[in-house]
Design a binder for this molecule. Structure first.
Ligand SMILES: Nc1ncnc2c1ncn2[C@@H]1O[C@H](COP(=O)(O)OP(=O)(O)OP(=O)(O)O)[C@@H](O)[C@H]1O
Ligand SMILES: [Mg+2]
Length: 353
């Protein structure tokens, strides 16, 4: 297939900050390199600057003076969007309602002067790739949300952009469809090899799609890493709590063990003495017999969630601990249980000031 194969551009954002005219500081100085063909996810709470960063890369917004945007080493900072060879998909689709599906997809090709026969062939290819065959002649208002999003995606990649920019493209869809489109999108991005920057505040989306994830907070980069690094080795409490469920334990550290109300919890490595803050993911805690366990507590509640059960345990730490356990464990509220946690699963976090 002619559209497939890596032709992505490398992107570098160099010392880009953004202060809007009204004085709003949307982006702190950031430098970021995105490799050819990589999918980089910008993840963070509302207002943290994700869209602003995307718009700077697209050329819809200028960084503050001194900031630079480079594609394959070439300075693009003052090149307008129509000459950057980027494809964009927005949360709101932004399709042309009065045009058919095929006309929407072909739009960018037409204004670039591609001959009709070639355009038709390209549209056919994209319709296949995005699973919307049979809908070519429909108007946009005759499509479902998921179908519209596929058209938006097909239109964005039709021009064979070196860089694809996606701003929360799945947010408008219901949960089941979002999940399905997410894995379709994943397959598509890997097949196309386009450098992709994907904005979301959904951590599951970030995990599945990102080669690397940038966690943002208040206009600054809190952490950059692979989904596994971000999940298992968060740099601080903000990242730990933003990415999935996290138990935060604050306790004195004595001889390599956290001293808790319900017993001792050994940590890996040395760790300094004194008060420590640690993170433990709920699925890394095992429920065992209370007898002979160095850490124990009382089951406060159990919820059956289908593929697993979620226990809330009190008395082990200062605050209730959340434990995700297999759905086969038989244990009831009120029971005393032991907790087994591998030292490697206890992640020390820097103390906050
Ligand atoms: N044109 C503008 N003028 C002034 N402030 C702006 C402008 N555009 C965005 N902002 C502000 O900059 C900050 C970052 O906005 P941005 O749209 O980048 O956030 P976001 O991370 O994309 O949030 P969301 O998840 O809600 O879309 C916000 O405080 C926002 O109010
Ligand atoms: Mg946004």
């Amino acid at each position: 297939m002619s559209i497939v194969s890596g032709h992505g551009a490398a992107v570098r954002i160099e010392k880009c900050g953004k202060t809007f005219a009204d004085g709003t500081r949307a982006l702190e100085l950031a430098t970021l390199d995105i490799a050819r063909g990589e999918t980089l996810v910008l993840l963070g709470p509302s207002g943290c600057g994700k869209t602003t960063m995307l718009r700077i890369i697209a050329g819809l917004e200028l960084p503050d003076p001194g900031g630079k945007v480079l594609f394959d080493g070439k300075d693009m900072t003052s090149v307008p969007i129509e000459r950057r060879n980027v494809g964009m998909v927005f949360q709101s689709y932004a399709l042309f309602p009065n045009m058919s599906v095929a006309e929407n997809i072909a739009y960018g090709l037409k204004i670039r002067g591609m001959p009709k026969a070639e355009r038709t062939a390209r549209v056919a290819e994209l319709v296949d790739l995005t699973n919307i065959a049979g809908l070519e002649n429909r108007r946009i208002d005759q499509l479902s949300g998921g179908q519209r999003q596929r058209v938006a995606l097909a239109r964005a990649v039709a021009i064979r952009p070196g860089i694809l920019l996606l701003d929360e493209p799945l947010t408008a869809l219901d949960a089941a469809l979002r999940e399905r489109l997410r894995s379709e999108l994943n397959r598509l991005l890997r097949a196309l090899g386009i450098t992709t920057i994907y904005v979301t505040h959904d951590q599951a989306e970030a995990m599945e799609l990102g080669d690397r994830v940038v966690v943002m907070r208040k206009g600054a980069i809190a952490q950059i890493g692979s989904p596994r690094e971000i999940y298992f080795a968060p740099k601080d409490r903000f990242v730990a709590e933003f990415i999935g469920a996290a138990n935060i334990v604050e306790a004195p550290l004595v001889n390599g063990q956290l001293v808790l109300p319900g017993g001792q919890l050994p940590i890996a490595g040395e760790g300094s003495r004194g008060d420590a803050i640690a993170m433990i993911r709920p699925e890394t805690i095992r429920i065992v017999a209370a007898d002979g366990s160095s850490l124990s507590g009382t089951i406060d509640s159990v919820s059956f969630i289908g593929d697993r059960q979620r226990f809330v345990i009190t008395g082990a730490s200062h605050k209730p601990l959340t434990v995700d356990a297999p759905n086969t464990i038989q244990a009831k509220a009120g029971e005393q249980v032991g907790l087994s946690i591998s030292p490697d699963a206890v992640r020390l976090l820097p103390s906050e000031n």
